[in-house]
Design a protein around this ligand. Structure first.
Ligand SMILES: [Zn+2]
Length: 298
């Protein structure tokens, strides 16, 4: 059996909510913010323990981390709180975000913004790659509940809007995986727990507004966008989507004003001969790129 990685839950008492959702629609690259200081290990986090004992005596460079706003987790100078609702949105759906550990340390994260818009008891962020019935009792109870859905696109997934029309039990919880496309796939397929809830997807033709992080295609949405779409459908309130997207729009506009460039999707770059890197040698990866170039949905 594969050794279980430590899974953690970030609750309301944690000042810095984890980074954003594991929708499998995430891009694969991240642009560091301008002259951002190196991202140090978040204060208070446990290390992974393995083989690093000799390093614990070294001074920790926490001082280099810029002070963060306790609500939006952005550096204080570029706090996005003015774009957040004054009070958390009153929703009845519980959002469960399963976050790949690599997302937590990224500079441009959307999950803290999402968490800051929602009541703490309606948004749970769980960090990890492997979850089990025995160790993650709360999560396994959530996954076994007939009112729980998991947002993960694919042939098996039903469109959320159609699902709620016919469902005998109105969904009370939705799980979203936060990570790159391949991280989300790994989490979804390697944890049998995530096969228990009804699998749903968003039927959407909108393009991502998260233009500062490269996405595989312009139709791939960030975790925050997925959560905004799903919650507005489940809560039957379009206004929710509008409110949740406001800080993302502000983040992108701020980054663009300060030198970030619009990250065209991999699909666009490939189709227009602008892809800046050599094509991969790995056959599976190459096939994926060809599918993208031919606009086949991956
Ligand atoms: Zn703030």
């Amino acid at each position: 059996m594969e050794p279980q990685e430590e899974a953690r839950t970030l609750g309301a008492s944690v000042p810095r909510p984890a980074g954003a959702s594991g929708s499998p629609t995430r891009g694969e690259e991240e642009r560091p913010e301008g002259s951002a200081a190196p991202v140090a290990a978040p204060a208070g986090e446990e290390g992974d323990g393995a083989g690093a004992d000799g390093l614990w005596g070294l001074p920790v460079e926490r001082a280099e981390r810029r002070p963060e706003c306790s609500r939006c987790s952005r550096p204080q100078k570029v706090c996005l709180c003015p774009y957040l609702p004054v009070y958390p949105l009153q929703i009845s759906t519980h959002l469960y975000i399963i976050q790949h550990p690599a997302e937590e340390s990224k500079v441009l994260r959307t999950v803290p913004l999402l968490a800051a818009c929602l009541p703490p008891d309606k948004c749970t962020v769980k960090i990890g790659r492997r979850f089990s019935e025995e160790r993650d009792i709360e999560l396994s109870t959530v996954c076994r509940d007939s009112g729980t859905l998991i947002l993960y696109p694919g042939a098996e997934a039903t469109n959320l809007e159609e699902f709620i029309l016919d469902s005998p039990v109105y969904p009370s919880t939705i799980i979203i995986i936060d990570g790159t496309w391949s991280q989300a796939k790994d989490i979804f397929y390697k944890n049998s727990l995530f096969r228990l809830p009804k699998q749903v997807q968003l039927k959407t033709s909108i393009c991502s507004q998260y233009v500062i992080r490269m996405q595989p295609t312009s139709r791939c949405l960030s975790t925050l966008e997925c959560a905004a779409g799903a919650l507005s459908i489940l809560e039957k309130n379009k206004y929710i989507q509008e409110i949740l997207l406001r800080p993302l729009q502000a983040l992108c506009s701020f980054q663009l004003q300060h030198g970030a460039q619009i990250r065209l999707s991999k699909e666009y770059l490939l189709k227009n001969g602008l892809y800046p890197k050599p094509m991969p040698k790995n056959k599976r990866k190459l096939r994926k790129m060809e599918l993208l170039m031919n606009s086949v949905k991956i």
